[in-house]
Design a protein around this ligand. Structure first.
Ligand code: VAH
Length: 315
């Protein structure tokens, strides 16, 4: 990768991936775009407002900037996607289709994240295999499975260098996620510092795979820089770092903040989505094919999250 375009750079992943890639490849070689202006991203490198559904504008930018790798991060997440499924399909699949077509026309590599949301209630729940039944029951999951298959099609039919990982819930301290089922695992840290109490929308006992954002960012680069001859899979690799329930993350925070309290007000939409997803993933293929290995666990992530949030002086 030399000249990189990030589509949807203003979101939870993109806002940190832009900074991360600029440190590796050089500020001027990472062009960030989003449908809304973003002053923070424009401060450290090139930024353009771009509607990912505007195929002509996307193609023009890729051509002008001589892009050789695209990160397509545009997606309405699982819970918000259930509130407006048709909009989620139009945006998620429209942005992917445009990215695939432009990648084909201008010979770009393309990374599009998938998710544990691509699995459904009939997928094996524990140590969910790389290749297994995938019948998601959310529009988000339908988009992710369709996106995986479309991306594999563009690789086999046109030779487009498409690659992808199935991200677990991502936890970060820079940009809040929006409309996700795993958002609680970010919100709980902020409430532990801000108010000392948290009302959890996910029921006790509900395991979900999770990952700290620094591991997710490194996974994006390691996969995109991996030797293509060693890739048996492409779209999309299971990867994970940890799996926990609300009471497990609560107990980890409480070790550090003994006064912290949590109660439950379960959100039925998020409960149904979480229940349809795996409890834990088997990420052997990512480890074997491109050397994936997480570096953060629940304890080290909790130390870092609380440390960074304290320094934000939230009121
Ligand atoms: C969501 N954060 O909750 C996203 C993610 C695995 C979860 O895809 O929808």
């Amino acid at each position: 990768m030399k000249r990189i375009l990030i589509v949807g750079a203003g979101g939870q992943i993109g806002s940190e991936l832009t900074t991360y890639l600029r440190k590796i490849y050089g500020d001027t070689n990472v062009i960030a775009t989003d449908v809304r202006p973003n002053e923070r991203l424009a401060e450290t490198g090139p930024f353009f407002t771009l509607d990912a559904l505007d195929a002509e504008a996307l193609a023009g930018l890729v051509s002008r900037e001589k892009i050789d790798a695209i990160f397509n991060l545009v997606a309405l997440l699982s819970a918000v996607g259930e509130a407006k499924p048709q909009v989620a399909w139009q945006i998620n699949m429209g942005a992917l289709n445009n990215s695939l077509e432009v990648a084909r026309q201008y010979n770009c590599a393309l990374f599009t994240p998938s998710s544990i949301g691509a699995f459904g209630p009939t997928s094996p729940k524990d140590k969910t295999p790389q290749d297994t039944v995938m019948r998601p029951t959310t529009m988000y999951g339908v988009c992710k499975v369709a996106g995986e298959m479309l991306s594999d099609y563009y690789f086999t039919r046109y030779g487009v260098d498409t690659r992808s990982v199935r991200f677990p819930g991502l936890i970060s301290n820079v940009t809040f996620p929006g409309g996700g089922t795993t958002d609680y695992a970010v919100e709980i840290y902020y409430e532990a510092i801000r108010t000392g109490k948290f009302t959890c929308p996910i029921p006790q006992g509900e395991y979900m795979d999770m990952m700290y954002m620094p591991d997710a960012l490194r996974a994006c680069v390691e996969l995109m820089e991996a030797d293509p001859a060693k890739l048996i899979h492409r779209n999309s690799f299971n990867i994970t770092a940890m799996s926990f329930t609300p009471e497990i993350i609560y107990a980890e925070i409480k070790k550090r903040l003994p006064e912290f309290t949590m109660d439950y007000n379960v959100d039925p939409v998020k409960q149904a989505i979480a229940a349809s997803w795996p409890n834990s993933l088997d990420d052997t293929c990512a480890r074997d094919e491109w050397g994936w290995k997480p570096e953060w666990n629940l304890s080290s992530m909790t130390d870092d999250m609380l440390d960074v949030i304290r320094k934000k002086n939230l009121k």
